[in-house]
Each structure stands twice: as C-alpha cells, then as structure tokens.
Ligand binder design. Structure first.
Ligand SMILES: Cc1ncc(COP(=O)(O)O)c(C=O)c1O
Length: 382
C-alpha cells in the first residue's frame, strides 16, 4: 500500500501523531534534499550554478507543475511568495471604485482584509455572509449576489470548519451578473482533485506549506485568460516583462500571460521544493490522496460524534467537507485537552482555532492515528 511505503519520508510520524497539516504540512525527505542541494549550490557557486537561463527555468518549471495540479494551462499560472501576497496583488489590480464584495464571516483574515482595506479608500461595500452555527448555507451566499456585485471571494475549504463550498454554483451565479470569483484554495489543493476550468472560477490561489507539503515561501495562482488580459498589475518589476532580460529601464510592458503578475526574484530554492512536492503528490495520485484522507475524516467524524461533550462543527455531508475536522468541547478548556494529548507517550499534535480543536490528517496519517487520538480524547473527557 503506497501510504505505508511513504511513511519513511516523514520520520517524525514514527514518534508523533501529527494531525496539524491545516497549519503546517510535513515536507517529505526527498523534497527537503532537493531544496537543500539547490540552496547550497546556489550559495556556494552564484552565477556558476544559476545562469540566466536557469533563473528563468525555475519559475517555468513551477508554472508547468502548477498547471497540472490545478487543471489549467501554464500560461494561466502566476507565481507568488504567499497566498496573502497573491490575493493582495490581484485585489488591487482590479482597481475597484464601487460595488459589492461578497465573502463569509468564517474566512481566514487574509481572504477578507484586502477588500476591507480597499473599502477604506473606495466606494466599495464588503458583505460577509454570516455562518449559522459555523456553516455557510449556499443559498445565503447566492442570495447576496446581485447586479451590484463585483467579486465573490472565499476559501474552497474553510480553514476553521473544513466546510467545502460549491464553487461551480457560486461561479455560475456570479458570472450571470458579471462578477468574478476569487478562491483561496490553500486548504484544498494537495488532496482535492482540482480542475479550475470545470469549477469555472476566475482566480484560484494556493500555497506551498500546508497540503502541498513544501517549504514556506511559495504560492501559485490560476488567473483566467480573460481576467489577466484585462488587468494591469499593481506591483511591477524586472520580471513583469515578456523578456525579463532586456533590462530596459525606459520601457514598461508586460508579459502576455498571467506571468505579468510576477515581478521580482525570490527564494528560488523553495520554488524548486514546490515543484518536487507537486511531483511527489501526483505520483501518489491526488485521487488516491483524496480517498485516503476522506476515509480518515469519516472515521474521525464517526468516533468523535460518539464521545460525550464533543460538538462537531464540520459538515456531516462528505461532499461538503475537506480534510479538516473541528469540534467544540462542552465545559472544557480546549487548551487543557491539547496539553494532555501532547503529553502522551506518542504525543498528538493538533491545533486550537477560535477555542475549538481542529485535526487535519494527510498522506502520512493512518487509521491507527485517528483511533489513537479519539481513544485518548475519550479517556480525557470521561
Ligand atoms: C485559508 C488560508 N488562507 C491563507 C493562509 C495564509 O497564507 P500565507 O501564509 O501563504 O499568506 C492561511 C493560513 O493558515 C489559511 O488558512
């Protein structure tokens, strides 16, 4: 079984029950080695190692792998250093002067802040649809979309609750009124099979250091051809151009593809790391990873729902959730529970968010990890 074979690439999991990928994913040893080798050679040899052609190729390689991951053309991919950077760059390039932006009130702040910032300057209203008991009904989102709407921006899978949104329906409804849909897919890409063209969204951004099991410092964004052709980037630099090596300071023009949003050098070794990680995950097969993770989530949901004092906030419907399970615990301080789980002989590593406990299993977790966690939680709460 492929998932048993890869465990050797994540040595920490033999000692720790690591259930915290929604915070930081573990990087497989072959990827760590590739990043190390690239950074060491670059530091030791400078241009002897990284000539002009190679410098261009680092990003080309990542655009190629990113396109395979997201189901689009290489030309539609732009590379950034973080999801937050990508969202801000795209948000400001829209040059909105008026209209309504729709999101939800359970988003990670990075998703809503750029628009709240724009609203301080322009005649833009940011409407955050209220979750009901942490769940955002699709109808509530669709009901907000009207002729005044310019952008719908939300996560594919919510970082807090694991709720997965129906992007196809949202995109259809938004496009009917000429609004665009911008998606933060950082809690989805890496285990969810993706085809951004089928989803019909205009922008899909994801980052390296969670489910894509790569180091910090990289994000990729799908930007539809229609959209990138219309937009002028807000931030520009030597890499914004079609031929970045012309180095002509008098003439500002842009690459003819989504690459126009890239503008500077960056930590190239982590770009190499993301290329290797995407290859690693695709070799296992994203569909296989999805089935593996969803099976673990199903077991966790079943076990947790049978423990007294545990209130699940993750949707019960398999099609409406990702690889995250979150729950509240009645009358108990979640910090105390997490401390106890961390003190076990095989410690459980998980996350507290908004006073709730979140687990987020990935390729290096097993059914035994889930039962080890739920059995110990049951004991603590009994
Ligand atoms: C949904 C979501 N978006 C964005 C981020 C942060 O992304 P970055 O660190 O790449 O800016 C996080 C981090 O937890 C997140 O959960």
């Amino acid at each position: 079984m492929v998932f048993n074979k890869i465990l050797k690439d994540f040595p920490i999991v033999s000692k720790v029950n690591y259930l915290s990928t929604a915070s930081i994913g573990l990087v497989p040893t072959p990827v760590i080695e590739a990043v190390k080798e690239f950074s060491v050679e670059l530091a030791r040899q400078g241009t002897l190692f990284l000539d002009e052609e190679k410098e261009s190729m680092v990003y080309d390689g990542l655009r190629r792998e990113g396109a395979k991951l997201l189901g689009c053309n290489e030309e539609d991919i732009a590379i950034f250093n973080s999801v937050t950077e990508a969202l801000n760059c795209i948000a400001w390039s829209l040059e909105l002067k008026e209209g309504k932006i729709i999101s939800t009130d359970v988003e990670f702040p990075t998703v809503t802040y750029p628009w709240l910032r724009i609203a301080r300057k322009e005649n833009v209203e940011v409407k955050l649809v209220n979750a009901k008991n942490w769940y955002v009904p699709l109808e509530d989102l669709l009901n907000e979309i009207n002729e005044n709407t310019k952008v719908v921006v939300l996560s594919h899978v919510e970082y807090l609750t694991g709720q997965k949104h129906n992007l196809k329906e949202i995109a259809k409804c938004a496009h009917d009124v000429n609004a665009i849909v911008i998606v933060d897919g950082v809690q989805a890409a890496g285990y969810l099979p993706l085809n951004v063209k089928e989803l019909g969204v205009d922008v899909y951004i994801t980052g390296s250091y969670k489910w894509l099991v790569a180091p910090f410092g990289t994000a990729i964004a799908y930007i539809s051809k229609k959209l990138y052709s219309e937009l002028e980037p807000t931030f520009v630099g030597w890499r914004s151009k079609e031929n970045m090596w012309d180095l002509n300071p008098r003439e500002l023009s842009y690459a003819s593809t989504a690459r126009k949003f890239e503008y500077s050098t960056s930590a190239y070794s982590v770009k190499i790391g993301l290329v290797e990680s995407i290859k690693y995950l695709r070799e296992i097969g994203i569909e296989n990873i999805y089935n593996h993770n969803m099976k673990l989530i199903q077991t966790a949901m079943e076990e947790l729902s049978s423990i007294e004092h545990v209130n699940l906030v993750t949707p019960a419907n398999r099609d409406e959730r990702g690889s995250i399970v979150t729950f509240e615990v009645d009358k108990e301080d979640p910090k105390r529970i997490v401390e106890k789980l961390r003190k076990l002989k095989r410690p459980v590593e998980l996350t507290i968010r908004q006073n709730m406990i979140r687990i987020s299993p990935h390729i290096y977790n097993t059914e035994e990890d889930i039962s080890h966690f739920t059995d110990n939680l049951r004991k603590i709460l009994s």
